[in-house]
Design a protein around this ligand. Sequence first.
Ligand SMILES: Nc1ncnc2c1ncn2[C@@H]1O[C@H](COP(=O)(O)OP(=O)(O)OP(=O)(O)O)[C@@H](O)[C@H]1O
Length: 935
Amino acid sequence: MECRHCCRTFTTVKEVREHERVSHEEKVRRKQPQRWKCTYCHLEFLSRHGRDSHVVTHFSNVMDEVWKSLDDMQHEVSAMLNECPICSCVMGSRKSFRMHVIHRHLIIDPETFISKTNVKVEVKEEVEDPLYERNLEADATTLRRSLGPRDSLSLPFFTNCSMTLELPIVFVANGVVLPGASLKLPIRSKNNMGTVEKYLLDKSSKTIAVGYRLSQEKMFEAATQVAVQQVTCWTFNSHVQYTLHVVGLQRISVDRISTSTCVATPLRDVTDEKTATLGEEFLKIVKPFIEKSDNVEITVQLKRLAEEKNFGALVDLFVSQLKNVSYVQQLEFLASRDVNARLQLCSQWIEDQISSTRSVPSSGTSSLQKALALKDPQSWKKVSRSTGGHKSPVQAVEEKLKQMALPEGIQDKVMGEVERLKSMNATQSEHNVLLNWLELVAALPWNVSENTEIDLIKARTILEASHDAMDDVKQRVLEHLAVCKLNDSVNGVILCFSGPPGIGKTSVARAIAQSMGRKFQRVSLGGIRDESDIRGHRRTYVASMPGRIIEALKTCRVNNPVILLDEIDKLYAGNSGSPSAALLELLDPEQNNAFHDHYLNLPFDMSNVMFIATANDLSNVEPALRDRLEIIEMSGYGLKEKLNIARRHLRARQLLKHGICPDYLTLDDGAIETIIEEYTMEAGVRQLERHIASVCRYAALKLAEACNDDVQADVVPDLQLPIIVTPLHIHRILRGKQMNRIKVVESMRPLPPGVCFGLSVTADGGRVMPIEASKSDGNGKVTTTGKLGKVLEESVHVAAAWLASNAKRLEMTPLKNYDIHVHLPEGGIGKDGPSAGCGLAAALASLATETPLRSDTAITGEISLSGHVLPVGGIKEKVLAAQRERLQRVVLPAANRQQIEKLDDDVKREMELVLVENIDQVIAAMLENRLFSKL
Ligand SMILES: Nc1ncnc2c1ncn2[C@@H]1O[C@H](COP(=O)(O)OP(=O)(O)OP(=O)(O)O)[C@@H](O)[C@H]1O
């Protein structure tokens, strides 16, 4: 005989049956899913774990009471903490003690729990649904009140447990499914898709819960149990998406949520005798709407519910058809179990909708007619009368001027003009001109000043906190503020910050205003070529206006602000006078207590205003104006300085601007360095800030997508926080914005004889400027190209002449038998100045010896015919430019030692700075072959 399961053979039937029973049937029986019943509500579960966690939820609402009783009891029974009062097991922690009591006694052996403790778990069969007795706002306190004394603790919830539901749950953030209503729910988020695929596609579940999200983490207390009629699957951009066609079944309250399921309790409607009256009234209101409805199916349903007087279901279905009810209002409606309250809410919304449609003008009126109606002077008069008397503009300005304390002499003149205005006919063209003028006078801060005192400690703190590096600038500003404090006046010296763009000239001026507690006003002078922009037009001109300074004072409403005259080097003299000349009067402390604006035509005291100017290139500022200014030179930043500024200021500022929490984005030093070195070419930090802003935008998009709780665009990408930005990311984010400057220097290597790297300073900071010289057979003719200025041309001749006279001494081949061509690339850009002299001399010496010059070195310095190297300007800019271009050596005039000493330690450590006094030393430092015999 063979076993039916494993085909083992046996001699007798008895042996086979015995074998089958012992070896297989027991196993098979054990494999059968076991059914577990809840001790309290007899709900069945397939797993023990499911039953246990279900029982725990029975206690969730009254847990506090149970624990309070147990804690008291524990103290009575045993002095030892964490000893079970029932079986005397000692637990290591309070948590394990609690778990022990739940599992060991309340779940497995509730009878022992009840018999051995004073806590009596009483099941009140007659209470049908305790939720009837509490409204939604009822909290644990209300519940506790409904509980009996400690020795007969009643748990009324237990009677309702048979109603607990375990349902798959999907979350939406828009659109509420009310009971009876049908809706299509788009399913796009990862979690919702998971739920649909797990429970709905194999049709294991036909009803689900729809939860309503209030925010990413918060869910609304009430939800809807819905029947899923249809699941539609479709693909968009090769992504699978689903749409659920659902019909609302009932309101539920979600007690507990796991990833894709929830445990919920149905919420039944509460009705009382009042409903009947409210319901009847409601019926009267909605009947006309039901009749007019286009949707036949809904109309039939509504009519049936109205006949049955099922007001709860009627109002639910009716509200589901209402438009213009917001998500929050719908949620409020859903959460309400009181039918009366729902009827009232719905009646209110119907009323609101009716009144809002009434307030919209009839569609017969054209938009033009509406616009005309608004402009109708009659209607304006009606409005003005009804608002209790509107003052005419003349009266208003007169009243304001009378209240103002205008300076002596000015008061009489102004009031005289007011009288003149009053006597004028309003249709006269001068009426408006005079009215505008008086309004300007009334708006100016003649005697209004802010109470400010210079606090040097505060000023130092603000400057230190807002700006990195630029120590000498900060020191100079503080010194200036100290003088102002001692003199108790800001009139006298006008500070002017000069330097390349983006190095913080404007922001330092703003910090000064902040530290002095004064208002800050910026007047941009770039491109002004008309004097009247500064001083205003005379009032006799049509469309005349005051100048920018008076406008600035009008805007800031105090007479002692800090006014920044930005870009004074971009003022041009045109046919209509010189704006620089107009500034002279403004900035002259002797004259500016009675500044005359052509439009205002009254002297205005500017002596309390603190003026600060900025310029990129001081050579463009008129000498007379320049003479009035106390120049503070600001130079560009080195790599380390930029890194610090980006880390401490730019990053934080951009994160704030883009609404990103600093913890969510990590922009490491390597990434910032990559931006600085490969994506910027500037003396300041403006480009750098712009690129950091690009990185922030990249992070903002990621974060915004992850936080997107709009169900219409229900995309929740996986996002790990913080978003770490590395140099690799930088290349991706700033693709196409790479600077090609490194390639320029590198593409010239190896340098042929006659070529070297010079240095120049432009308004944008320092630059490496290649110098090229070549020779061809000829008779010593020198040709120059590359848009060279006169001084630069002369430097070429000086270098050639020096070489001719010193060639013999240095045992070099004289170049008199050759024609020489000197070219400075980027020929479209004009170049001038004497500082290329050293570079030119080195290039010509290289030609004469046919030895290449060092390709890791840049050079600057003026030369004299006698072979001396003279000092030049812009040392810091030039050295920083060489550093940016990754050159390692810079040959500089020894006469510039002072400026070189002021360079940052980082720069001095990183770069080899060779100081030269004469051309012999220049050639020795520059020639590739250092063993050139004569040097
Ligand atoms: N040392 C610094 N510390 C902190 N931030 C700085 C520093 N230097 C410049 N910045 C920042 O760089 C940005 C550009 O500065 P700002 O507008 O003041 O430049 P600017 O020199 O006035 O340029 P322009 O000549 O073009 O007007 C500002 O956001 C400023 O705060």
